[in-house]
Ligand binder design. Structure first.
Ligand code: FNR
Length: 206
């Protein structure tokens, strides 16, 4: 009986995937943290998924100043926040990047975070939560290109809060719960696809 129980626990932990949600805005009054908490909650409803929100406010990495690119880095790292962030990225099997759109791109703080890490992103899938005038699509398209260079697998499905739904919340204080409820189906599609890629690529890496 004990042996059976032990095997079950082992099987479950082998099967659990780690998804890290990265909050791509650090500004005061940001929306990114609300969107990040929501998608983490949606992911947590899935069996065998462990989520963690990585708030870039907690990882105050300097503007990239390393003499070599992150693909050629070696320990010990010069910056404590970079070391902690790299460790978190290494733990993950998949990522959700929560991105604002600033001047038709992602935020500088998120781009900088991507630049600091390399091998730890490789061969893992990523999806996106974005918002803005055109649903943050221009930021996400640029992130997809960056993800390719980082040897990640950017999946097709993502969550884009349309301007007509998002701006009343951001600017007018409309309840965000209604916004999130409206995008539950979009979240489900993105999560389903992300987890298929996550489990497939995890097997491949092993
Ligand atoms: C913006 N915003 C914005 N929106 C958009 O759809 N396209 C854009 O190019 C820009 N550019 C832009 C630049 C800068 C510097 C700021 C601060 C804002 C508006 C932006 O989408 C909105 O403020 C979001 O709420 C920003 O996300 P966070 O920081 O609240 O998560």
């Amino acid at each position: 009986m004990c042996a059976v129980l032990f095997l079950d626990i082992n099987f479950y932990s082998m099967d659990t995937v780690q998804v890290k949600i990265i909050i791509g805005s650090t500004r005061e009054n940001r929306f990114a943290d609300s969107a990040g908490a929501w998608i983490a909650d949606e992911l947590s409803k899935q069996e065998g998924v462990h989520t963690e929100v990585l708030d870039l406010r907690d990882y105050p990495m300097p503007f990239f100043d390393s003499p070599v690119s992150a693909s050629r880095k070696s320990e010990p790292f010069a910056h404590e926040a970079v070391a902690r962030f790299t460790q978190k990225i290494a733990e993950a099997d998949a990522y959700v990047l929560v991105t604002p759109e600033y001047n038709r791109s992602t935020s500088g703080v998120l781009k900088n975070a991507l630049d600091w890490v390399y091998q730890e992103w490789n061969e893992k899938p990523v999806t996106f939560v974005s918002y803005g005038a055109v649903g943050g699509a221009r930021a996400v398209e640029q992130l997809r290109l960056m993800a390719i260079e980082l040897q990640m697998a950017p999946i097709r499905e993502a969550i884009h809060f349309a301007a007509s739904d998002y701006f009343p919340v951001a600017m007018g204080g409309a309840p965000k719960e209604e916004l999130f409820a409206k995008y539950a189906q979009s979240a489900e599609s993105a999560i389903t696809q992300l987890l298929r890629w996550t489990r497939g690529l995890k097997k491949m890496r092993e």
